[in-house]
Design a binder for this molecule. Structure first.
Ligand code: KIV
Length: 288
């Protein structure tokens, strides 16, 4: 049986075999990610969009994250389970940040992820002080959608690219064991990756990161409405599911489902006995 993946194990993957991270939000998703050999399951706040039907991640609450983290953890997956701290759960004070992260740990997370650079160092410090491992997240940080003016690639100018490198260095120095780089030019992600001693995990950040992460529904084609440039689809589960349910619907309407083998049958004579008892006439054809 595969050994459970640990925080030190991920930290040690810097410059080695690329880390495979995928999101999951429930027990079946966790089983699939685990059976596929992923290294890290991220219970991402992308939950808000791909599962809960919101337009952005800002609607996701700590209770939502606790509920879904617990579902993932109950699958006892081999990959490391990292849960996102949702918006406004790590912005107000170090004490509140630790209390909120602890709720995720009690739900089964082995580490938490938060968005932002140098300005989050105090919170990272508080979390590590409470023995909670932290993954950073830089670049296109979806919780900053309004500040960024939309979901835009970040670090495209020399100044903003240099700021990304500095932010990554600050997070690594504060003790983050890995850093997600999202929506960053490949060359800039390479600079960041070479500048920090901890693994970078990219999404829309080119091939030079120490690992890659994709959203479960994107990689499997469960979400087929948008196809961002950085997504490669490895399945088409939405159309497979629509085809399967359409066939089920057609079978029900044509009385092809359920069949003999999919039905339970009373012992011989029972139905006839009930009919006699109730004074009913023998029905023509249907099996009991
Ligand atoms: O919430 C999420 O799914 C994420 C990944 C896109 C990195 O943060």
């Amino acid at each position: 049986m595969a050994q459970p993946v640990t925080v030190p194990g991920i930290r040690a993957r810097k410059g080695g075999t690329p880390i495979v991270m995928v999101t999951a939000y429930d027990a079946p998703g966790a089983h699939i990610a685990s059976d596929a050999g992923a290294d890290v399951i991220l219970v991402g706040d992308s939950l808000g969009m791909v599962v809960l039907g919101y337009d952005d991640t800002l609607q996701v609450t700590l209770d939502d994250m606790v509920h879904h983290t617990a579902a993932v953890a109950r699958a006892r997956p081999t990959p490391l389970v990292v849960a996102d701290l949702p918006w406004l759960t790590y912005h107000l004070s170090p004490a509140e940040t630790v209390r909120n992260a602890a709720a995720l740990v009690r739900a089964g997370a082995q580490a938490v992820k938060l968005e932002g650079g140098a300005r989050r160092v105090a919170m990272v410090d508080a979390l590590l002080g409470a023995e909670i491992p932290v993954m950073g997240h830089l670049g296109l940080t979806p919780q900053s959608v309004h500040v960024m003016g939309g979901y835009r690639v970040q670090g495209q100018q020399a100044g903003t690219a240099a700021a990304l490198v500095e932010d990554a260095a600050a997070l690594a120095a504060a003790g983050c064991f890995a850093i997600v780089l999202e929506g960053v030019p490949a060359g800039v992600a390479r600079l960041v990756t070479e500048a920090v001693p901890v693994p970078t995990v990219g999404i829309g950040a080119g091939p030079w990161c120490d690992g890659q992460v994709l959203v479960f529904h994107d990689v499997l084609g469960l979400e087929d409405r948008v196809l961002p440039r950085f997504v490669r689809r490895y399945g088409s589960l939405k159309s497979d599911a629509v085809a399967a349910l359409s066939t089920f619907a057609a079978d029900v309407r044509a009385r092809r489902f359920p069949g003999e083998a999919e039905s339970y049958h009373a012992p011989d004579g029972v139905v006839a006995e009930v009919k006699v008892a109730l004074g009913l006439r023998e029905a023509a054809s249907r099996p009991a």
